[in-house]
Design a protein around this ligand. Structure first.
Ligand code: 2IT
Length: 445
């Protein structure tokens, strides 16, 4: 494999798909050496087969708003790779959604899912629908129309969607309701379901909890722990909430959350009732964090800014892709940050990752750090298949084990001679080897 040649070809085939090309470049650069050391990969042309999705399903989603206006959105499902299990990955509802973003997310999901050790392939989907400011009934009608198309392409052994940005418990409920009606059976085809109807305990918290377990493992390599550390978090959704909850429980102090409107700095720490308030903010459907600064004393609101200018020990991007750039990374390093872990998918730009690695900062990539979400989705599928339910302690314990195992895989494949672990390389190689070897076993299909 020649990385530049491969990337040039891909850029020609998919011009302008910047996020997708960024995600592919990162992986192929990481695996280049392993790939070229093992000629069986090249002779089966694994790389060209891996970087293109198996298929892309695209459809229109017409729906009627509360005033009776007919609206049309775009809907997609990118079924990327099912070498190790049914396609698995979330649905994102956000106005920024396009094919480049869903292809990057689906591509990342292949390796992330492989790292979990569970049998799940990679996929992603979503729509450019903007849930901001929509009523409950509008969201319901949209979800029902979306599922009217999607249901033909998914199933418990085929493709199992879940939530992502803009898709939480409420949306999964509406989507599942329509799926169940169309199929006429009650299968575990979506994850993140309500706990009364097949959902797993701990799934809502899992991405954030898993990320904190991973960060704990990273810190342990330096004989450090979370106790007494200050943390900046971006975002204020499910992922940020779970991370804030677990980090606080383990003795750290979370001092920021953010939204598209800016960030809030709470020097006292976001704990207790304040963490619950994050969920209320999300449920308000306004996509802003400013109200937090009216609700609690001693809080600063920084309009239009991102939280990376605050001096902290640990930074956790929990919002969206490329939300922390090279300049932000330099500021964090200057302020003495010791650990950065992407809880969002591809939260840091390549320039930011380079700054962290050049400064030997502990850096965890999203596909390892946030794998606890999809891992717990996998545990939900297991419980659905067995038609039983584990208690939260059991799910949490398995999640913890999975995250420690992922950390071990990253160290195994990413540790350098000077002792610094390149977690990006480690995660990419470990995930790649599992999928590539499975593809080799199954022949050219
Ligand atoms: O990015 C992700 O891993 C998710 N949004 C969760 C996917 C899932 O299937 O639970």
């Amino acid at each position: 494999m020649n990385v530049d040649k491969l990337m040039n070809n891909l850029e020609k085939k998919h011009p302008g798909e910047v996020e997708y090309l960024q995600a592919v470049r990162e992986v192929v650069e990481s695996i280049e050496e392993v790939y070229n050391d093992n000629p069986q990969f090249e002779s089966a042309n694994i790389i060209e087969r891996l970087v293109e999705p198996d298929r892309i399903i695209a459809f229109k989603v017409p729906w009627i708003d509360d005033e009776g206006n007919v609206k049309v959105n775009l809907g997609y499902r990118v079924q990327f790779n099912n070498a190790i299990g049914p396609y698995k990955g979330g649905l994102r509802f956000h106005p920024s959604v396009n094919l480049s973003i869903l292809k990057f997310l689906g591509f990342e999901q292949i390796f992330k899912n492989a790292l979990t050790t569970l049998p799940m392939g990679g996929g992603k989907g979503g729509s450019d629908f903007d849930p901001k400011g929509k009523s409950n009934t509008e969201v319901m009608r949209f979800c029902q129309s979306f599922m009217l198309e999607l249901w033909k392409h998914i199933g418990p052994e085929t493709d199992v969607p879940a939530g992502d940005i803009g898709v939480g418990g409420r949306e999964i409920g509406f989507l599942y309701g329509m799926y169940k009606k169309l199929r006429g059976d009650h299968t575990g085809v979506l994850t993140g379901k309500g706990s009364n109807w097949g959902g797993s305990l701990i799934r809502p918290e899992a991405t954030g909890f898993g990320a904190i377990y991973f960060a704990q493992e990273m810190l342990a390599t330096k004989k450090e722990s979370l106790a007494g550390k200050t943390i900046s978090i971006s975002g204020f959704g499910n992922v940020a909430w779970g991370a804030a909850l677990k980090a606080t429980e383990l003795g750290a102090k979370v001092v920021t959350i953010s939204g598209p409107d800016g960030y809030v700095y709470d020097p006292e720490g976001i704990s207790g009732r304040k963490i619950e308030y994050m969920l209320e903010l999300r449920a308000s459907n306004q996509d802003i964090v400013k109200p937090y600064s009216y609700e609690f004393e001693g809080v600063e609101f920084h309009e239009g800014k991102r939280p990376w200018e605050v001096k902290v020990d640990i930074a956790l991007p929990c919002a969206t892709q490329n939300e922390l750039d090279g300049e932000d990374a330099k500021t964090l390093v200057k302020n003495g940050v010791m650990l950065v872990a992407e809880v969002s998918n591809m939260g840091c730009t390549p320039e930011a990752v380079e700054v962290f690695s050049n400064n030997r900062i502990l850096f965890g990539p999203g596909k390892a750090v946030n794998a606890g979400g999809v891992a717990t989705s996998g545990l939900e599928m297991t419980q659905n298949a067995m038609k039983l339910r584990w208690n939260s302690q059991e799910v949490d314990q398995r999640l913890h084990e999975i995250m420690c195992n992922i950390h071990g895989q990253c160290v195994k494949y990413g540790k350098k001679e000077d002792g610094y672990t390149d977690y990006v390389k480690g995660a990419n190689i470990a995930g790649f080897l599992k999928v590539a070897n499975s593809m080799l076993d199954m022949g050219v299909i």
